[in-house]
Design a protein. Sequence first.
Length: 340
Amino acid sequence: MTPLPPLLNAPLSVPAEVGGLTLESPLLLAPLAGITIPPLRLFFAGLGAAAVHTEMISCAGLLWSNGKTDAMLDLLPGEPPAVVQLFAGDRDTLARAAEKVLKDTPYKAVGINMACPMPKVLKKGAGSRLMKRPEEAFAMVAALVKMGLPVWPKIRKCPPDYPLTTEEFCRGLLDAGASLVCLHGRTPAQRYAGDADREIIREMAAEFPGRICASGDVYTPSQAVGYLEMGCPAVLLARGAVADPFLFAKTLAFMGHDVHNSYINPPPDLRISLMLRLGDSVSGYMGPRIGALFAKRIMAGMFKGLRGSAALRRKAAEHSCWTELRGVIEQSDSCLERRE
Ligand SMILES: Cc1cc2nc3c(=O)[nH]c(=O)nc-3n(C[C@H](O)[C@H](O)[C@H](O)COP(=O)(O)O)c2cc1C
């Protein structure tokens, strides 16, 4: 496997103060259910994420399930500062689960999901349903603040028929003790479709300086930096990082940092090497079937723009075991080349 060059030619020299944490940069990996498992978090940390989120983790699962949910709390050695994101429909369930999670925790902050629009979460009174029950949402923040870690609720833009405006909701969360509010500029009804509203982020960042972390439609370095220029102390990279795993590095370079050119114009052998490392690490952690699944999820973005990548993906689709898929990727060196 080709050795990886260091990401940076010179260390990042200006730390970012984000929601009670001092981070190397303001570029964070968003919480992504089904994606931000520990090996993926390590992968994105190696590519420039200054902090990472877990997937959203069910408090009911932590309290009453058979241990499968507990495994979602694992952190691997070498992970950067990590935020554990919890979801629950009421303050008691949240507080009881959080007590268990936050005892001697390696996590640096705790997130509360008040943004998820999916029916299975809403029907438990959790996720974005909490935006309709602001008093419960504020009580949840207050309950976690007592446990000592910075609390980062994640919310969406409030539509007009909700009890509070986005500004009132943010204010209530901050007054309850939240260190940072992560704001996704889509309403719950939009789910992940349509454009994210950048103006609501601009308005909230102006109203609550240094307290609003931006989320929504971050696919390019200029979109990420645009949010920082609005006064957000940090920005969440989500689908954009999956679509282009080099987005963190490219954004750091766009911000003026001295990033190794291999991560800005990645050659095929570096991409293959990263893919092999990722597949090996997911496979080692969760087995060869899941290893293949995650590798396929990241492949399109990893090999995007290379001649031969579509053929490679078609070949990859035939394999559901990482051991076999690994061989296919390893041998792809000769058929992948940069488009001129
Ligand atoms: C597959 C997927 C899973 C997600 N899982 C979570 C989650 O567990 N917790 C959360 O707060 N947001 C979750 N989100 C929302 C993202 O963190 C982010 O706010 C959203 O995708 C908007 O950013 P984007 O338009 O740049 O992708 C998820 C989004 C997607 C697409």
